[in-house]
Design a protein around this ligand. Structure first.
Ligand SMILES: *[C@@H]1O[C@H](CO)[C@@H](O)[C@H](O)[C@H]1NC(C)=O
Ligand SMILES: *[C@@H]1O[C@H](CO)[C@@H](O)[C@H](O)[C@H]1NC(C)=O
Ligand SMILES: *[C@@H]1O[C@H](CO)[C@@H](O)[C@H](O)[C@H]1NC(C)=O
Ligand SMILES: *[C@@H]1O[C@H](CO)[C@@H](O)[C@H](O)[C@H]1NC(C)=O
Ligand SMILES: *[C@@H]1O[C@H](CO)[C@@H](O)[C@H](O)[C@H]1NC(C)=O
Ligand SMILES: *[C@@H]1O[C@H](CO)[C@@H](O)[C@H](O)[C@H]1NC(C)=O
Length: 435
């Protein structure tokens, strides 16, 4: 008969047999599993800064045979957050952001028991305070040098101008909340507080940051940060920079209290002549030698630091250290060039000056008629000249007496200008001799 049954029918048969066996197993129990009663008296309270604590009582009317557990989860704005948790505790405490609606739900389950169904969910929600869009946004915190924390933020879109946001912080081990005192007013709002966490356990607690305003209108907002992910070292300080022959030695200081193996440094050498840049990563040491650098070249050196992934999971580089110049520019062609160009420039400048002075003289003292010609004209050839130069209207029109006067004036000026002319003509000849 077996081979006659089609494959589909066989699968169906197998399934019904399976289901029958499963139903038969709980000895004499009615079909369908028993639904557990839910936890009772669920409520919430605000714990430490940015923490909400939900508490409840055990379900009523439980049979003793059940290994009871509570399954709970938190929905943010109605969306499950993959934070479902099973525990025997009668409470759950979580970090929340406070600016969104947190919806908490819990139910009872019997562990390793397939005879009962989990209970229905019991739910409670915590609506945010204040008006939408008034909470601080863009919160960005940096832990500088394991010494102080700087957080910046922007005012919410709907927050009134002049909203005075206040920052509070807390971490496990601090005791009470602290209010940040050192505010920064710039492009962003910000606050700076000292934060040095004892490293006894090597496990840093989460830092809770609450930013709010005293006005009920402004919505508070919480940011919870793992400090090791936001570490930024301070800039290192170069203490030695020396060049011996063609080997450069640079030494700098650990910028803070980081264990030596926790820092990676980057040394940048910039060749000031060619502008070429070399970057070298140095792990665990605070000095380095660079062989075969170009002698006769000035290098500009700077160093920055970053934490190692094995110690802290942050990849922010520190700012660069101050720059140090090292090396000497003993380039001989430069000096030879200098020795040659200085006198050359002076010579050229002198020549230009002389030419210029000469031109200036021509401008100040316009060309003067040759005195010999004038004398010739005055005595003897005067009449002939008047006739032989009929085009000379100027002289023709004027009275002879006037003409004589003009000539006389010219005569007075003449010797001075002719002597200075002679001097000028002689000087270059002298200079040539001197050279
Ligand atoms: C629960 O189901 C498994 C199979 O899924 C079965 O082996 C086990 O016997 C069941 N336990 C009880 C208590 O019914
Ligand atoms: C600002 O307020 C208006 C009106 O109350 C609201 O519709 C809007 O969503 C708010 N803006 C933000 C960014 O939440
Ligand atoms: C936060 O600030 C640091 C330092 O100013 C900057 O490097 C980083 O990009 C900022 N991060 C964000 C998400 O804005
Ligand atoms: C914010 O603080 C400043 C100075 O402390 C004060 O003048 C201003 O009125 C405050 N703004 C609001 C909205 O309270
Ligand atoms: C934060 O405060 C410390 C200590 O007062 C100071 O050294 C540091 O420069 C401040 N940082 C900023 C960004 O204001
Ligand atoms: C802890 O702090 C001490 C002293 O400040 C330091 O010597 C040590 O290296 C630190 N250890 C770690 C893992 O940071």
């Amino acid at each position: 008969m077996g081979p006659a049954v089609p494959a589909g029918a066989r699968l169906f048969l197998a399934l019904t047999l399976c289901l029958a066996a499963g139903a038969a197993e709980p000895e004499g129990r009615p079909a369908g599993r028993k639904v557990l009663p839910p936890p009772s008296n669920l409520h919430y309270s605000f714990g430490q800064l940015c923490k909400l604590k939900w508490t409840w009582n055990p379900p009523e009317g439980m049979n003793s045979g059940c290994d009871l557990e509570y399954c709970s989860e938190i929905l943010i704005n109605g969306i499950p957050q993959e934070n479902r948790e099973w525990s025997r505790n009668l409470f759950r405490e979580e970090d929340v952001s406070l600016n969104e609606e947190a919806h908490f739900r819990v139910r009872s389950e019997c562990k390793s028991d397939n005879t009962s169904e989990p209970s229905n969910w019991v739910e409670i929600s915590t609506p945010p305070k204040g008006a939408a869009g008034t909470a601080a946004v863009g919160i960005n915190c940096t832990w500088y040098n394991l010494e102080y924390m700087v957080c910046t933020w922007l005012p919410g879109q709907n927050a009134s101008a002049g909203t005075n946001y206040t920052l509070y912080y807390w971490y496990d081990g601090l005791g009470n909340n602290q209010q940040c005192q050192n505010y920064i007013y710039g492009d962003n709002f910000g606050c700076n507080f000292s934060l040095s966490i004892q490293n006894s356990t090597d496990v840093y607690p989460t830092i809770s940051i609450l930013i709010r305003d005293n006005s009920e209108e402004i919505r508070p907002v919480c940011a919870n940060r793992n400090p090791t992910t936001i570490v930024k070292p301070g800039p290192p300080r170069i203490v030695t920079a020396s060049m011996i022959k063609d080997e450069m030695h640079i030494e700098w200081q650990n910028p803070g209290t980081f264990p030596p193996h926790c820092l990676v440094y980057q040394v940048e050498l910039k060749d000031s002549k060619s502008g070429s840049v070399q970057q070298h990563d140095i792990k665990g040491y605070t000095e380095a030698w660079f062989p075969s650098v170009h002698p006769n070249t000035v290098y500009v050196v700077k160093v920055r630091a970053r934490v190692e992934g094995t110690c802290y999971s942050s990849n922010r580089w520190s700012d660069w250290s101050e720059e140090k110049s090292i090396g000497e520019n003993t380039d001989f062609t430069f000096y030879i060039g200098l020795i040659l160009t200085v006198p050359l420039t002076v010579a050229v400048a002198t020549i230009i000056l002389l030419v210029y002075l000469k031109r200036l003289k021509i401008l100040i003292y316009p060309q003067i008629p040759d005195p010999r010609k004038i004398i010739k004209r005055m005595f003897g050839e005067q009449i002939e000249d008047f006739q032989s130069y009929p085009g000379d209207d100027f002289l023709n029109v004027r009275k002879p007496a006037m003409e004589e006067e003009i000539h006389y004036l010219v005569w007075i000026e003449n010797p001075e200008s002719s002597t200075s002319d002679n001097e000028d003509r002689e000087r270059p000849a002298l200079q040539v001799k001197a050279l």
